[in-house]
Ligand binder design. Structure first.
Ligand SMILES: N[C@@H](CCC(=O)N[C@@H](CS)C(=O)NCC(=O)O)C(=O)O
Length: 214
């Protein structure tokens, strides 16, 4: 398998965690987002949205990190990243989507660039926008996870799931931007449990071949 990735991309980070949790070897194909390599024709032919990640498995190209992870779960079920019971599955998906659909897209590189370059927002206003949507989303998740009995060592029970795979990269992204996370003790407790696992550690941005490439 081959994964088109960028070390700082939280969507690619999700796919990397899933591959490592399943013990699937893969080639790492870097796409330098700040240099605009996602917009080059060769990459566009693979991913019409011009976003990372893209997974290549044999003749199949899969885009969208959540679709990639569900594809991996169906094709390589050990260990399962989505629980089997419909209620548990729905809860895990809901946590994952609260991050991947409601927080992350508002803070994507192209959105932040549109704010400053097209709308003319100042750096300060852009940073405020970023922080606003992160805090709004994380505060709701903190309340939810702290109050629900299905929360365990991880977002759902005693093993990592798709929910944790989305949580850890989003918190890393917030940390990199200097957002204080003290108000989210449940989320950071789960993050620490995840990062203690070799698969999460191996997927971390600073462990990738393109880490720090300028
Ligand atoms: N919903 C997509 C989001 C992918 C995405 O937004 N990727 C970002 C990096 S985290 C990207 O490629 N950004 C390039 C850009 O904004 O130009 C997924 O989950 O795969």
């Amino acid at each position: 398998m081959k994964l088109y990735s960028y070390f700082r991309s939280s969507a690619a980070y999700r796919a990397r965690i899933a591959l490592h949790l399943k013990g699937l070897p893969f080639d790492y194909a870097p796409v330098h987002l700040r240099k605009g390599e996602q917009n080059a024709e060769a990459y566009r032919a693979l991913n019409r949205q011009e976003l990372v990640p893209t997974l290549i498995d044999g003749d199949t190209a899969v885009t969208q990190s959540l679709a990639i992870i569900e594809y991996l779960d169906e094709r390589y079920p050990e260990p399962l990243l989505l629980p089997k019971a419909p209620e548990a599955r729905a809860r895990v998906r809901a946590i994952a989507m609260a991050i991947a659909c409601d927080i992350h897209p508002l803070d994507n590189l192209r959105v932040l660039r549109y704010l400053t370059r097209t709308i003319g927002a100042s750096e300060e206003a852009k940073d405020g926008w970023y922080r606003h949507w992160i805090d709004l989303g994380l505060a709701a998740l903190e309340t939810q996870l702290a109050s629900e009995t299905a929360t365990g060592e991880f977002c759902h029970g005693a093993t990592p799931t798709l929910a944790d795979i989305c949580l850890v990269p989003q918190l890393a992204n917030a940390r990199r931007s200097g957002i204080p996370l003290d108000a989210y003790p449940t989320l950071t407790r789960i993050e620490a449990a995840c990062n203690a696992l070799p698969a999460f550690a191996a997927a971390a941005p600073d462990r990738q071949p393109d880490a720090g490439v300028t």
